[in-house]
Design a protein around this ligand. Structure first.
Ligand SMILES: [Zn+2]
Length: 103
């Protein structure tokens, strides 16, 4: 079976294919966890946020970035499975120049 999930902000359609209802549930849950992690910036409340990947010598950093104030929300990476998880404990942060990527 397959399903198309539309993110809460309506900007993204995610197509998932699954072998069972449980698998479908799991995949949609994972998509919601990441792509619906934040609907607006935690600093200035702007809904104008985008996804960004920064390449660093230690690896890539996955984050949401606010187009209005530049705050960022970080995602961690599971060691296997190629999935991400939102770092709610860090929340949104505005990093000063040179500070980025030190967490
Ligand atoms: Zn902001």
């Amino acid at each position: 079976m397959e399903a198309t999930y539309k993110t809460a902000n309506g900007r993204l359609m995610i197509k998932v294919e699954a072998e069972s209802q449980k698998d479908l549930f799991k995949q949609i849950a994972q998509a919601q966890d990441v792509f619906d992690a934040q609907g607006a910036c935690g600093e200035c409340e702007s809904a104008s946020i985008r996804l960004r990947v920064r390449h660093h010598e230690k690896g890539d950093y996955y984050e949401m970035v606010c187009n209005a104030c530049g705050a960022q929300f970080s995602f961690g990476q599971h060691k296997t499975g190629g999935t991400l998880f939102p770092k709610h404990e860090l929340g949104w942060k505005i990093y000063k120049a040179g500070e980025e990527g030190q967490f």
